[in-house]
Design a protein around this ligand. Structure first.
Ligand code: GAR
Length: 201
């Protein structure tokens, strides 16, 4: 049987992409293969990580299209040309429309840096999530990997991992701890779980 072809959508530093690459290199990704990385930002360091790992890349910028629909069509065309079966949002900072997500039911997964349903949805991304968690005063936060549907951060949860907040945490310190202790572990694990399901479907 052929492995599930994975396309990773990124916008920035790509440390979650790196975790996927390392997991594949170490033999953890048994049922999937990283086939394509698509960035909506030409300067994303994630692109370099992909190139270093020998993974095909594509850059698709919103500003090159008249509207969101045109941008999303371009992304879909690129995914289809590469026979992508599983889409992983790894620090992808664009919210996808319902017309996009409904094409791929339970075929798109996202990593979010909090324990959903806390600190999620529109406006909660990147450091803002950690600022909100610290601002609220929670003692435990974490990360969630979930399927993507038409509700931002609202799809079925696949994996979650808790991370403790410590005295003196800043949003930056907390972001790093959540990545190291949670995101970089549960995203690769979820990629394998869902790749296996797709291979057997
Ligand atoms: C990660 O913390 C990811 O969970 C978050 O952005 C960061 C991207 O880092 N994603 C979101 O907030 C999505 N709502 P990376 O580019 O180094 O993987």
């Amino acid at each position: 049987m052929t492995k599930t072809k994975i396309g990773v959508l990124v916008s920035g530093g790509g440390t979650n992409l790196q975790a996927l690459i390392d997991f594949q290199k170490n033999g953890g990704l048994v049922h999937g293969e990283l086939s394509l990385v698509v960035s909506d930002n030409p300067n994303a360091y994630a692109l370099e990580r992909a190139e270093n790992a020998g993974i095909k890349t594509a850059v698709i910028c919103k500003k090159d299209y008249e509207n969101r629909n045109g941008f999303e069509e371009a992304v879909i065309n690129t995914l289809e040309e590469n026979d992508i079966e599983l889409i992983i949002l790894a620090g992808f900072m664009t919210i996808l429309s319902e017309s996009f997500t409904s094409r791929y039911p339970e075929r798109i997964i996202n990593v979010h840096p909090s324990l959903i349903p806390s600190f999620c949805g529109k406006g909660f991304y990147g450091l803002k999530v950690h600022e909100a968690a610290l601002g609220y005063g929670v003692k435990v936060t974490g990360a969630t990997v979930h399927f993507v549907n038409e509700i931002p951060d609202g799809g079925r949860i696949i994996l979650q991992k808790a991370v403790e907040i410590q005295d003196g945490d800043t949003p930056e310190i907390l972001q790093k701890r959540v990545m190291e202790q949670a995101e970089w572990k549960i995203l690769p694990q979820a990629a394998e779980i869902v790749s296996e399901c797709i291979m057997h479907s």
